[in-house]
Design a protein around this ligand. Sequence first.
Ligand code: ATP
Length: 242
Amino acid sequence: MITISGLTRKLPQGKTVLDDIRGQLEPGTFTAVVGPSGSGKSVLLRCLALKEPWTKGEYRFDGLDVVKAGAAARLKVRRKIAYLEQKPILYEKKTALKNVLIGAVGQVSWLRRMTGMVRNDDYMDAMDTLEAVGLIDRAKQATEKLSGGERQRVAVARAIAHGAELLVADEPVSGLDPHSAEDIMEMLKKLCKERGTTIVVALHRLELAEKFADQIWGLQDGRIVLDVRGRRLTGAEKVRLS
Ligand SMILES: Nc1ncnc2c1ncn2[C@@H]1O[C@H](COP(=O)(O)OP(=O)(O)OP(=O)(O)O)[C@@H](O)[C@H]1O
């Protein structure tokens, strides 16, 4: 369980981009963060992924206060989090499998990284991950030859290759056609339900949030103005969050 309370992020210039954010992410649930452009979705996701500091507020990961925890404990938490940036960069000439292995090896000891040693287990795990994202038949294909949706699956597989408990994905379907976007959302939902991965995505398209998310956080000017579970958004809420 992840719990945040009073999370506030002020930029050095003084602007408050996250203001007293509170909420819970239950294990194995799918949360969509929606809101107008500039409302703070990306900043919130980067804070949740421990990629960006915040000014004040509490963040607990399975009960552990990540601010007060020591460096070693915080590193352990970081390893449980996968972050998928808005425009993930893949190694174009390398196969889907190699791209996933690079994600997994990035998490292992410096010695194995230096020597580039990859164990059979790593291959098996990478293949399992490709299977989980529905890309097992493309494992040996160079990523430059894959479609936009398939490339996004590789990016997801690489992000979760080390067995993350929390996947934070910033606009994972932007730039995809509607059909591919639905496919990616289906795949993420499956990861959530079958692997128990907790997923948080920023989305522009409200209908995707309604269709796939268990929980919707609506952001406006850095504040959560809506926390909706188990129901569709009203017309007025949609207007407010567009
Ligand atoms: N490093 C930064 N320096 C200056 N301003 C920043 C920085 N990071 C974020 N901001 C500002 O914080 C606010 C929130 O930005 P953020 O990228 O989180 O919005 P968003 O909701 O993700 O927008 P979009 O939907 O357009 O991606 C914006 O006003 C943005 O300009």
